[in-house]
Each structure stands twice: as C-alpha cells, then as structure tokens.
Design a protein around this ligand. Structure first.
Ligand SMILES: CC(C)(COP(=O)(O)OP(=O)(O)OC[C@H]1O[C@@H](n2cnc3c(N)ncnc32)[C@H](O)[C@@H]1OP(=O)(O)O)[C@@H](O)C(=O)NCCC(=O)NCCS
Length: 159
C-alpha cells in the first residue's frame, strides 16, 4: 500500500472534499491545484483530514477544512486548525479568518469551542439545492493565541 503524502496534494484534497458531504458542490482537483499554486497557500493534513489556507499581508485565512466521515470526532480538525494557527503566527499574521455556513452545525460547534468570534455575516451566500440559500458567517481569531497553537492531538503536518 502506498503511504499517503506528507503534504496533501490536489488529488487528495479533492477526494477528501468530495467525501465530506458538504451542502455546497465539491471542488475539483483542478481547482485545488490552482489554489495550491497560488502564493501564500498552505496545505496541511493527510489522507484523513485536510486544511487549505492562505497566509498573506499579515492576515491568514482558512479556505477549506474537511475530515473524512470515518475519521471525525477524533480531534483532527482541531489539530489542523492549531497547526495552521502556529504557522500563521510564525509567518507574522495577526489574525485568522474563515467563512462557515450558518447551517453547518458541526463546523460551528468546532469553531465555537475554539473561541472563534463572529465578525461578519453574508446573507444568502451559499446556494442550497431546493431551499433558501444559507448565510456565510465570517469568524476570526488571533493567530498567536495560546489555545490556537496547541491541540489535544498534536495532529497536523506542515510542508
Ligand atoms: C467540521 C469538521 C471539519 C470537523 O472535523 P472533525 O475532525 O470531526 O473535528 P474534531 O474531531 O477536531 O472536533 C473538535 C470539536 O469540534 C466539535 N465538533 C466537531 N464535530 C461536531 C459535531 N458533529 N457535533 C458537535 N460538535 C462537533 C466538538 O466540540 C469537538 O470536540 P469533541 O469531539 O471533543 O466533543 C467535519 O465535520 C467536516 O469535515 N465536515 C464537513 C466539511 C465542513 O463542514 N468543513 C468546515 C467548513 S467551514
């Protein structure tokens, strides 16, 4: 069996994303490849869970975070967020931002538990098949907060 790559590549990112049962459409391998090739992009994780982020201009953003369904509730997402926060702080970023759909209960529980705060709301941002669109909540936290830079699992490889 081939070991998963140390740093997730576009194919792995697309596979984990497609399995993640997002209400939004899956991002293609080509879309991930384009994001990975753009300046400041950081890819963390492995075949179980992946985080794609960007660090630029003193600010960092989580672009995508997903854990394969069979691997959830093991602290993998929390570990990836901690690893990304540490990376962002080391790169001189003050703040990390992300967007989460208002109707995404698991993700909101994850971010609430880690102390992310609401800084904005974009109404009607995510299309929903057969239903009303969901708002995007913009959440933020300081990159250097102690509890953002530690995790219970320590998971999260970096390139
Ligand atoms: C949201 C997601 C990334 C969480 O990944 P995960 O690896 O299971 O998360 P963790 O195990 O690190 O969870 C850490 C904490 O978050 C909270 N949490 C995570 N999933 C939860 C759920 N389904 N219900 C309630 N709380 C949850 C809990 O407080 C959990 O701690 P605990 O297990 O000790 O109670 C995962 O459910 C996923 O991939 N969802 C689909 C994609 C997605 O929505 N991504 C985020 C978009 S912004």
């Amino acid at each position: 069996m081939t070991a998963p790559p140390d740093v997730p590549d576009a194919a792995l990112m697309a596979a984990v994303h497609a399995e993640s049962a997002w209400p939004e459409r899956a991002w293609s391998e080509a879309e991930f490849a384009a994001l990975l090739a753009s300046p400041g992009t950081v890819a963390l994780g492995d075949a179980r869970a992946v985080l794609l982020g960007r660090i630029a201009g003193g600010e960092a953003e989580v672009l995508m975070l997903a854990t394969r369904p069979a691997e959830r509730r093991r602290g993998l997402a929390r570990g990836l967020l901690a690893a990304f926060a540490a990376r962002a702080a080391a790169a001189g970023a003050d703040r990390i931002l992300l967007e989460v759909a208002e109707d995404n209960g698991p993700a909101r529980a994850l971010y609430d538990g880690l102390g992310w705060v609401l800084v904005g709301r974009r109404a009607g941002y995510y299309r929903r098949a057969g239903g009303a669109p969901a708002a995007a909540l913009v959440l933020a936290r300081r990159a250097g907060d102690a509890d953002a830079a530690t995790s219970r699992t320590g998971h999260g490889k970096s390139s």
